[in-house]
Design a protein around this ligand. Sequence first.
Ligand SMILES: NC(=O)c1ccc[n+]([C@@H]2O[C@H](COP(=O)([O-])OP(=O)(O)OC[C@H]3O[C@@H](n4cnc5c(N)ncnc54)[C@H](OP(=O)(O)O)[C@@H]3O)[C@@H](O)[C@H]2O)c1
Length: 280
Amino acid sequence: MSSSPILVTGATGKTGRRVAAVLAQRGFPVRAVSRNSTIRLDWDDASTWPAALQGVRAVYIVHPGLGGDGAAAQVEQFVRAAAAAGVEKAVLASTPDDGSDFSRSMRAAESHIVAAGLQLTSLRLRWFFQNFSEDFLLQPVLSGELRLPAGDGKEAFVDADDIAEVAVAALTDARHNGRRYDLTGPRLLSFADVAREITDGAGHPLTYVPVDSDTYVAEQLAQQVPQEWARAFAALYQDIASGKLAQVSADVEAVLGKPARDFSGFVSNTARGGAWKQAV
Ligand SMILES: NC(=O)c1ccc[n+]([C@@H]2O[C@H](COP(=O)([O-])OP(=O)(O)OC[C@H]3O[C@@H](n4cnc5c(N)ncnc54)[C@H](OP(=O)(O)O)[C@@H]3O)[C@@H](O)[C@H]2O)c1
């Protein structure tokens, strides 16, 4: 096993934290970075990149701004610096091709990684289970109501623990070089299904209320969400409503040799962990 570290960006986030933990459990040297780590990495401050990249052989790239202006260009500069520093491999937290600004930005980032001469494994991620327990859907769950413009659309939600295990495989095994994986859970769920499963499995009453996009955006603006983000999320929910990505992939099982984790296990683990304990 090489002694040069694997760099994990976004290491305080939903996937990066898990990728760093799994690498460490398996005995790989890890350098876990974000804007808040001892060795810092800030996408907006290139002067932080050389120390983060020093001696690294592979990097897990999470750029939370991909989809917005300038983020793909930052990835381009970063992977050039990485290649110059001797990094050989990048695993990108990416999204499927759906014609959106997000996916255009992700495709650009992928191209920049390859053009810099790094081996790429692209993880094309569907919505994470953990959005309901650690991120922007936690507050709506706690409030007892998911008011979203997703209609009856279904999504192939995936567990961030599976994403992390696949990322670790890709970071540590050259057989995944040049591959792209569609990472989904084992079944399609609508937001009404999600609400029912959380209500029944966690004993936490939750209702899904489909709203139209304009109502959703107006409600988000009233909660001080910036207009650009409210509109971007409305578009993502509309994508789910359209059903255009309602497909389950077998890639998690193909890489890990075990079935993708199911939403029901996530619900019981999260209920046990107390994230949904606040009174409705
Ligand atoms: N959530 C989903 O359902 C979903 C689905 C498909 C794809 N994705 C993609 O997955 C990625 C997000 O991954 P995630 O959910 O694991 O991350 P996350 O939970 O959103 O956390 C973001 C991470 O990025 C770090 N960060 C934020 N701003 C930064 C900056 N300027 N410089 C350096 N680091 C910064 C944060 O750390 P600090 O605050 O400590 O710096 C944190 O560790 C995005 O590219 C997203 O498009 C998400």
